[in-house]
Write a protein that binds this ligand. Structure first.
Ligand SMILES: C[S@@+](CC[C@H](N)C(=O)[O-])C[C@H]1O[C@@H](n2cnc3c(N)ncnc32)[C@H](O)[C@@H]1O
Length: 278
């Protein structure tokens, strides 16, 4: 069993460098306990004695799935429906009407760290609600591309099936009735909401221009884990991935200030959001 005190400083630094270069996550000093809590099970399953052996195995690329399994275990996948509430009010009442006027057609939206799917499905629910209130809207045929680095999160997200507890986090009774149907293992997102969303694996450190251009990008609660240089790089590439007048949503504790001057900060009655500068 892996113990905090058995992790040498040498192996800890080696692991930190690996994690940062593989997925951007900066592990601060003194976080050996995180390695223990997140990797003990994996090491046991893979029959690996400790961090030194793990690093050697990753460097050799044997077994092949090990690198991704470690990244998977080290990422924080915390999410919920309509997370923080207000940004989704901004989406519905400010961003969608403005972009519908500007483009007059369906939109392309990117949920760039989608975890188990709550964020892209929330966006899709907002589109359904928007269409119900604006009968002539053409935004119902909008497309949401949802990506994440974690293959296991993407499997869950694609399944679109959630247990009672997960449903309890952020959903009103009304939305639960409208947007879910009972399934064998819990609750399944209805087809209308599900069909707008497609999923793909994407590491934000790597090029994402092949995903095409978007009108709106959600990049919420992921940049917080990255270094200044990584944030600057990702935000400048996201600006290039946005169509003219496109919007960027960040998490409640995240900002572009100090990282990018490619966006204007827009204050709405609900939250702040960023618009690509022309
Ligand atoms: C805390 S969750 C945020 C989920 C959602 N955006 C929200 O705000 O509720 C962070 C997600 O970022 C993903 N992630 C971490 N590093 C990543 C990277 N380099 N590229 C893409 N996704 C990454 C994790 O797998 C995780 O699902």
């Amino acid at each position: 069993m892996l113990q905090t005190q058995e992790i040498t400083d040498y192996d800890y630094q080696r692991f930190r460098r690996f994690l940062e270069s593989a997925c951007g996550i900066l592990l601060g000093e003194g976080k050996q306990y995180l390695i223990v809590s997140r990797l003990t099970r994996l090491l046991r399953d893979e029959n690996i004695a400790g961090l030194s052996e793990l690093m050697s195995a990753i460097e050799k690329g044997q077994p092949r799935h090990l690198r991704d399994a470690v990244i998977d275990a080290m990422t924080t996948n915390e999410t919920s429906w309509f997370r923080d509430g207000q940004p989704f009010e901004t989406l519905e009442h400010v961003v969608l009407p403005e972009l519908e006027k500007l483009r007059g057609t369906s939109l392309r939206i990117w949920s760039s760290a989608c975890s188990s799917g709550q964020e892209p499905y929330t966006i899709s629910m907002i589109l359904s609600e928007y269409a119900r209130k604006n009968l002539s809207s053409r935004l119902t045929s909008s497309q949401i591309v949802a990506t994440d680095i974690s293959a296991s999160m993407l499997v869950q997200a694609k399944k679109a099936e959630y247990e009672e507890v997960a449903l309890g986090r952020g959903l009103s009774d009304m939305r639960r009735k409208q947007f879910f149907s009972r399934s064998q293992d819990g609750w399944k997102v209805v087809d209308d909401v599900r069909n707008r969303v497609s999923f793909r694996e994407q590491n934000l450190l790597q090029g994402f221009s092949t995903l095409g251009k978007f009108d709106i990008i959600f990049c919420r609660n992921v940049l917080i884990y990255f270094s200044t240089e990584r944030k600057q790089d990702i935000l400048s590439r996201m600006a290039l991935s946005l169509n003219r007048g496109g919007y960027l949503f960040l998490g409640a504790s995240e900002t572009i200030s100090g990282y990018s001057d490619a966006f204007d900060l827009v204050r709405t009655p609900y939250s702040t959001v960023y618009r690509r500068k022309d």
